[in-house]
Design a binder for this molecule. Structure first.
Ligand code: NAD
Ligand code: LMR
Length: 252
């Protein structure tokens, strides 16, 4: 899991750099004594299984200057813990709906792993009823407190939570298609690992983040391997079922 978020964190670095051009004029709110500008990242669902390692990785990211960790429980402890890491960013914990606005205010990037994860035997769609409501409420707050932020949706089912976020932002008049992302980097990482199991390969993955909507393009992979059709089918299936492979191996 940590490895996956390392990759996502690397991708996030380019998102954080692009914040400069997307969200504000260059140099705005920069520290006078530093060349690195002020960038606030908020993690919603920061005390969870994904939120905690993600908070750690954001704390290690030199592009982040302020890190807001929000959850409905346990964020004071998580924020104290992560705050002990001796990197540049200031960490603050926020807990409960009353503190959501403060957590989001001035955020350049919001990352959302809030909600329920699936258990063995469940599909991501089985999470819809609970997570749709959570995501809707969080996105309404984003539209109010940081309407210009880049939003990265991790909460499943990503294929549905991203459209929910889009509709909330459209209704609020804050929707920007260039600033709303579903985090599907795991699919790319899995495709690369199953293709070659090592660095320096590239496998494009298009589509969504569930079952057959995950479409790794092994025919376009580099370096080229001239795989047989059966091998491509098997690699595609393993990539599509990667999340299930992880979930089935977690025992309560
Ligand atoms: N997109 C991806 O690649 C990817 C990868 C892994 C997990 N996920 C999804 O991320 C979500 C979280 O997974 P997890 O393993 O961290 O679950 P978890 O249960 O360990 O953590 C979820 C956290 O969300 C918090 N939460 C619940 N309601 C909230 C609300 N209204 N506001 C703020 N926080 C709230 C909980 O208190 C908890 O700390 C799941 O939906 C899971 O399927 C997506
Ligand atoms: O599969 C899940 O439920 C979690 C995540 O979407 C994953 O792909 O690992």
């Amino acid at each position: 899991m940590l490895y996956h978020f390392y990759i996502q964190s690397k991708k996030l670095s380019s998102v954080l750099r692009s914040v400069k051009t997307l969200a504000k004029p260059a140099g705005a709110r920069g520290y006078s004594s530093e060349s690195v500008p002020d960038r606030k990242v908020a993690v919603l669902g920061a005390a969870g299984g994904i939120g905690q390692p993600l908070a750690l990785l954001m704390k290690l990211n030199p592009l982040v200057s302020r890190l807001a960790l929000y959850d409905i429980a346990n964020t004071p402890g998580v924020a104290a813990d992560v705050g002990h890491i001796n990197t540049r960013s200031e960490v603050a914990g926020y807990m409960g709906n009353d503190q959501l606005g403060q957590a989001l205010e001035d955020s350049d990037v919001v990352i959302i792993p809030a909600g329920v994860p699936r258990k063995p035997g469940m599909t991501r769609d089985d999470l819809f009823n609970i997570n749709a409501g959570i995501v809707k409420d969080l996105c309404s707050a984003i539209a109010k407190y940081c309407p210009n932020a880049i939003v990265n949706m991790i909460s499943n089912p990503v294929n549905s939570t991203v459209p929910i976020a889009a509709e909330v932002f459209k209704k609020a008049g804050t929707y920007n298609e260039k600033k709303l992302f579903g985090v599907t980097t795991l699919d790319v990482v899995r495709a690369k690992t199953f293709y070659a199991g090592k660095a320096n390969v590239n496998v494009p993955v298009v589509g969504g983040h569930a079952g057959i909507t995950i479409l790794p393009l092994f025919s376009q992979a580099t370096p080229k391997a001239n795989l047989a059709d059966e091998d491509i089918k098997a690699l595609t299936k393993r990539t599509q079922d990667g999340g299930t492979e992880v979930v089935e191996n977690f025992i309560e």
